[in-house]
Design a protein around this ligand. Structure first.
Ligand code: SME
Length: 161
């Protein structure tokens, strides 16, 4: 499944970067049954906060998340993938929906710079495996190779800083 999806993604990269990332979120959310919400957060290093970019799933109130707050905010600080097997056991977690049971957040690097995150929720406990982590890292790496500095906050949201 994941290998097929990875092969599909390059065909989605021909539109504008905003459209392409939205298409990728939609593809992942529709094709992978345990992905119930898929979205990108972008690192505003100047304001030390994350800004929600394209996503697929129910709308969230959390368009802006301070570094350090919630799972995403922790990844903004650590720069490392975070896999929350059961969100009810997390003491630093921001609930976007009462249905969410587990979450994975994968950092997106361009060179050495942490520019964004790929955040995925599931309504099943312990839904994510090492295979998901490997696959999602490959998606992030493909995006970094394709878009480079266009993924930096100031370039992705040019009117927002
Ligand atoms: N659960 C995340 C917040 C983002 S929503 O899942 C869309 C967190 O704890 O950072």
């Amino acid at each position: 499944m994941e290998t097929t999806l990875l092969k599909t993604i390059p065909s989605l990269l021909s539109e504008t970067i905003h459209e392409s990332l939205g298409e990728i979120c939609g593809l992942l959310q529709q094709k992978v049954p345990h992905y119930t919400w898929v979205g990108f957060y972008f690192m505003n290093h100047r304001k030390k906060q994350l800004h929600l970019g394209p996503y697929s799933g129910k709308p969230t109130d959390h368009n802006i998340i301070p570094f350090g707050k919630g799972i995403c905010g922790q990844v903004a600080v650590s720069g490392e993938t975070y896999l929350a097997e059961n969100v009810e056991e997390e003491d630093n977690y921001i609930a976007c929906s009462v249905d969410v049971r587990s979450e994975i957040v994968v950092p997106l690097y361009v060179g050495d710079g942490l520019v964004a995150q790929l955040d995925i929720d599931s309504d099943q406990v312990n839904a994510f495996t090492e295979a998901d982590e490997k696959f999602l890292k490959e998606v992030c790496s493909l995006l970094a190779r394709t878009y480079g500095s266009q993924l930096e906050f100031e370039n992705f949201f040019p009117s927002d800083h």
